[in-house]
Design a protein around this ligand. Structure first.
Ligand code: SAM
Length: 355
């Protein structure tokens, strides 16, 4: 089958699918005012449509699918979708796009036996603990849970919801159900939670989890982002390293977003530092995004979207959908422009894009 290669010679392997633009949290760095969902109900992709799109993407070499949102667990019966997508992990699962269906196919860009290798979910952890078992049974491989404070009151201030206990239970449930490696995302913002960096590192050690510290990006719907609020990846490293000496696990991170560190004293757990603002990693980007209303986004910071939903609903054949996706991938931006004078904010904020 064909590979998805962009105009900058990057191969696209990682698809993020937003299942809804609704969220039950009001994180100040994401959706502070709870703007009404942008997508009207009839524009939201059905599970059947998502399944068809994912099948086609996997046939084009996508190896990782991450379900996100908004809060993906607000979408009813998500287990049914996971069960269907999990079938893409089995080679020769029955889905085949015939070569004859694909026009202009270049034999040099073909791959053998495309299949999904990793099916993951990102959640705020509010209701994950009671659904972990069913999600695992449905075929989910891994989960990333957001956790921006270990202090109950600060957690409430950051997210707008008094739910720290739910999230801690969700982390336990993820580990218990072997949805591993369990990753925890914390967006570090100066004056809001940077004083908890060492607490988070201790938490990672004690619970043997992969803690990811993420720089604050200008994707908040409240438009409060300022450069002063960023705690750079370098500063995060320095402050954690002072308390718990770290070592770099791998000199190259490939298409991954995080530099990964282990604890020098051999303690379990891992620290990941994701620094998209101060240490851009666009050159190795392998990601593409699908919004809940069926728009392809080639970059978090895209100012344009590509309407796959209309192509799909027009009755397009697989070949026509593939042609559309390939033409969109060729338009993938070389890099983001956050640090340029002429930076124009993305056309949607994080909760509508799918993080
Ligand atoms: N509701 C789910 C959750 O809370 O994980 C999934 C969606 S959320 C948009 C996905 C990830 O995006 C979260 O880990 C969140 O911390 C991150 N995120 C949201 N806004 C961000 C911002 N402005 N800068 C950096 N990361 C952000």
């Amino acid at each position: 089958m064909l590979l998805l290669r962009d105009a900058h010679n990057r191969i696209i392997r990682d698809l993020r699918v937003s299942l809804t633009d609704r969220c039950n949290f009001r994180c100040f760095y994401c959706l502070p005012n709870g703007e009404p969902p942008l997508a009207r109900k009839e524009t939201i992709l059905t599970f059947e449509e998502i399944e068809r799109i994912c099948e086609i993407f996997v046939s084009l070499g996508i190896e990782k699918i991450r379900l996100t949102g908004g809060e993906p667990l607000l979408r009813r019966d998500i287990e049914d979708l996971i069960e269907k997508l999990a079938r893409l992990k089995i080679q020769d699962s029955g889905f085949k796009i015939q070569d004859s269906e694909i026009q202009n196919s270049n034999p040099k860009s073909k791959i053998q036996n495309p299949k999904l290798k990793d099916l993951a979910l990102t959640t705020n952890g509010h209701s994950f603990s009671r659904r972990a078992k069913n999600l695992k049974n449905a075929g989910l491989d891994r989960v990333t849970i957001s956790l921006d404070s270990l202090d109950r009151e600060n957690f409430r201030k950051i997210t707008g919801v008094d739910a720290l206990e739910n999230v801690l239970q969700s982390i336990e449930a993820a580990t218990r159900e072997n949805l591993t490696p369990v990753k925890i995302n914390a967006v570090i913002v100066r004056g809001r939670n940077d004083d908890e960096l060492v607490d988070f590192a201790r938490f990672a050690r004690e619970k043997d989890i992969k803690m990811r510290f993420i720089e604050f990006m200008p994707l908040d719907s409240g438009h409060e982002w300022t450069r002063e609020m960023i705690v750079s990846g370098k500063e995060i490293f320095r402050r954690v390293n002072e308390a718990y000496p770290l070592f770099l696990k791998e000199k190259s991170r490939g298409a991954e977003t995080a530099w990964r560190y282990g604890f020098a004293d051999g303690a379990p757990g891992e620290i990941g530092i994701v620094a998209p603002v101060t240490e851009m990693f666009c050159g190795a980007c392998s990601r593409i995004r699908l919004t809940a209303d069926g728009q392809i986004r080639t970059c978090l910071f895209s100012t344009v979207e590509h309407n796959l939903r209309d192509v799909l609903r027009s009755g397009a054949t697989c070949a026509e959908i593939i042609e559309f996706i390939q033409s969109v991938v060729l338009k993938k931006e070389a890099r983001h422009h956050i640090n340029d004078k002429e930076f124009a904010p993305a056309s949607r904020s994080m909760s509508f894009i799918g993080g």
